[in-house]
Design a protein. Structure first.
Length: 531
């Protein structure tokens, strides 16, 4: 009696919990606010609520080039510290670091310096340039491959940070292959803004303006050594149109945005325009202090993705570790720029290889069709079970209803995403739940034919069908877990509902329906089993 009562309390409690948790999914607008805040609705995937599906390609070779550019500065400083005589250090081509020295003695000192301090570089040969000797190095193959792999992982994490600040719920970001990233943004309202937010490399650099260079001559190709031609973004406040003005800056970067600690949108009280206020971390503040102290009276260009947003004159040493980026932004542009800067720059540029947008109306149609499919499957299966197994069929129908309630409840508590293939997984769960009951009932019939009493037939039916049901369901569960681990997108959605459905099926078929039979047989003398 106590066992029967305790099982009943557990089943009723789980049923009520499932009903309470599921209600906001279907009746969210008519429920109290505290109810809807406590229990989230079932999270819908891209194919059910609409949104954006992107495949991004990562230019991993650019990450290798960026690493070499960093090594150029590092080796330049090492050569100065060790008093090695050299003419210049530069990256030539995509993967070669070249050092021009005056003689073989300097070349020998260079080789020793590289071997002692830069073990990731390997010799790539040498060349004669008149009286100069050019030593060439490249990253060893293991380091280059590690940089490529790490760049893709960093792209995923940086984009995840951007999307989290953008406010998209339940995004999917994962690596596909060696250099591709899958991005799914369910329910996105502004696809163009999302693409702009994700696609920007957001490499922030501070470069000194080459005051002696002639921008117009640079446009014609007459660029002084050690400089580069960029364009400054200007906005005509009367028309709102953008114009670009050529500006020549030093090729060497004074500092980068990697040293930022925060970026916030502020409003300029003089012009009533938004700008982005940036704060540096401790290392960045010290570096910014040194750069501005050495460059008083000179112009510093603030460069984002090779576009100059402003190039103010440094009036005095700036020791507070703060700066600002202005450029006649709209409030949305300033907000997006702050999000990008807080999330960090991408280690390599990305390009959109595939872009699909699913409209919300299509998602609603898919939901309606999925609901119809599950409802029809339940009706046909339920009617067939009742006609064939009579009262025992009613027990099976009740256990299937409880199965669906627990399945949806589990999806909510585990914050799983329901997709259209996931609805197919629910329909499949119906069939598997009924299959378990069929195995039990057929075993009961065999026991009844052998002359067993109804109570003994029920006990034998459950006991002898137990391992058959466990074996078939656990095998399917293993398949579902493999699909979840290695599948992507729709396949993973199907695997989620399939796996959770198997667990709820085992519980309802072996535990709940058995309790209903035990409750029915309590204090009753039944001569014939309705099965």
């Amino acid at each position: 009696m106590s066992s029967l009562k305790s099982r009943g309390v557990l089943i009723v409690a789980l049923s009520l919990l499932a009903l309470v948790a599921i209600a906001p999914t279907f009746f969210r607008d008519s429920l109290p606010a505290i109810w809807t805040k406590t229990f989230d609705p079932v999270h819908l995937g891209l194919d059910l609520q609409g949104g954006m599906h992107l495949i991004l390609g990562v230019d991993t070779e650019k990450a290798v080039e960026a690493r070499l550019d960093g090594l150029v500065d590092h080796l330049d400083n090492l050569l100065r510290e060790k008093d090695v005589v050299y003419k210049r250090v530069e990256r030539t081509g995509n993967d070669v670091l070249s050092v021009t020295v005056y003689d073989k003695d300097a070349a020998a000192s260079l080789d020793k310096l590289v071997n002692d301090n830069l073990g990731i570089l390997e010799d790539a040969g040498e060349a004669q340039d008149g009286s100069y000797l050019i030593k060439k190095f490249r990253l060893n193959s293991n380091e280059a491959q590690s940089i490529r792999e790490m760049s893709v992982r960093q792209v995923v994490e940086t984009m995840r940070n951007r999307i989290d600040q953008f406010g998209v719920s339940e995004p999917i970001l994962q690596q596909e292959g060696a250099d591709r990233v899958l991005v799914q943004l369910p329910g996105i309202k502004d696809p163009e803004r999302a693409i702009a937010l994700l696609g920007k490399t957001a490499r922030l650099e501070f470069k000194m303006v080459a005051e002696d260079a002639d921008p117009q001559a640079a446009v014609r190709g007459e660029l002084p050594p050690g400089t580069q031609l960029l364009y400054e973004r200007n906005t005509d406040k009367a028309t709102g149109k953008f114009t670009e003005t050529p500006i020549v800056v030093e090729e060497k970067t004074a500092m980068t945005g990697d040293l930022l600690s925060n970026a916030q949108v502020r409003i300029d009280s003089r012009f009533n325009e938004p700008y982005v206020a940036i704060d540096f971390n401790a290392i960045g503040a010290k570096r910014f202090d040194q750069v501005t102290a050495a460059s008083v009276g000179k112009r510093m260009a603030i460069v984002l993705d090779n576009t100059v947003y402003s190039a103010p004159v440094i009036r005095e040493r700036i020791s507070g570790g703060s700066a600002q980026i202005s450029g006649s932004f709209t409030e949305q542009e300033a907000t997006d720029l702050a999000i990008i800067l807080r999330a960090g720059s991408l280690p390599a540029p990305v390009s959109i290889l595939e872009n699909r947008t699913v409209g919300p109306s299509l998602g609603r149609d898919s939901i309606a069709q999925g609901q119809m499919a599950v409802t029809l499957a339940f009706i046909f299966v339920g009617v067939a079970m009742i006609l064939y197994y009579r009262w025992s069929g009613v027990v099976a129908v009740v256990s299937v209803i409880l199965n669906l309630l627990l399945l949806l409840c589990a999806l909510i508590f585990f914050k799983a995403t329901l997709t259209l293939p996931g609805i197919a997984g629910i329909a499949l769960t119906l069939g598997m739940a009924v299959d378990a009951n069929v195995l039990i009932y057929e075993r009961m019939r065999e026991e009844a034919r052998l002359g067993r009493t109804p109570r003994a037939a029920i006990e034998a039916g459950y006991e002898k069908a137990f391992w058959t049901i466990m074996d078939s369901n656990l095998t399917t569960l293993l398949s579902g877990l493999i699909l979840f681990q290695f599948g992507t997108g729709p396949v993973k959605g199907f695997a989620v509902t399939l796996s959770v459905g198997i667990l709820t099926t085992l519980f309802t078929a072996m535990f709940c329906s058995r309790w209903i039979f035990d409750l029915y047989l309590q204090n009753r003398v039944i001569k014939r089993l309705s099965v």
